[in-house]
Design a protein around this ligand. Sequence first.
Ligand SMILES: [Zn+2]
Ligand SMILES: [Zn+2]
Length: 323
Amino acid sequence: MRVKIWGARGSVPSPGPETVRYGGNTSCVQVTLSDGTLLALDAGTGIRSMGLGLAEPARPVHILLTHLHMDHIQGLMFFGPAFDPTSEIVIWGPEAPDASLRDRIARYISAPLSPVEVRELPCHVSFNEAPHSEWKIGPATIRAASVTHRGPTLGYRITEGDVSLCYIPDHEPALGADLRDDGPEWISGFELARGATVLMHDGQYTSDEYSRRVGWGHSRLADALAFGRRVGAKRLVVFHHDPLHSDDFLDALQGDAVERWADLGGEPTSLEFAVERRELSVDRLPRSAASASATPEPRPARGGGAARGGGGSAPSRESSRSP
Ligand SMILES: [Zn+2]
Ligand SMILES: [Zn+2]
């Protein structure tokens, strides 16, 4: 499985001289499976560049949307294959009680926000609410689970062979949960991310910023690290950088994060911040590195019964998806 980051910024595109290294495009990650099957995780402004780089648009492209906030769909209208009559696009995303995925996306791809309507797109496009059980795309098994964010939001896990990529770009698992002590069933996204070869996870805020944004649906860096360690991710890629965080600021934050990651028992080389245009190879780690990041035995949950409140939507749906 090969991965290329086309956009790692959160909230709003933030081009400029301060963001050239980590990039200013919003969420989009290209995944190429072993047989060449193409996935795009989210369709932020980064998907425009991904489209320009595709040699053969006729191959189906599967776009897996975590949710429909603008920073995750804005690039759809600028994705080259959407305007190629020979190309096929399959869009997956969260279900919602008010309207179908197609109708909700059409609120963006329609007047007055767009010059074209969904029905006018020249490509072959289909829309699918993500199933509650695992499904196959090419040689990979895909799993989706609801996670704590604002509005219906999914995280994805893509497994091919014995490696897995877990992508949860917008996530506030610490809302109403203690990431160190609560049992797995109380922690949003836990089962989805457990033991992932690579976990790409929201780490938008510093602790100071987070103190004024609790409930906004994003993680402070400290919680991203705690979550990554708790689920036993072999490698953590911090994602969804705040638009106000310059390259120099992110460099400093990353240095601090590596130290804190090591304090939590993580391998310093298994933590990095997402950088636009960077390619990652999702491979099995050598045995020593894999065992070094094994998760400790989770403690039993406090109490029992219904999921605790806390303003988020998870983990109720995720629990219901578990076998
Ligand atoms: Zn976002
Ligand atoms: Zn969002």
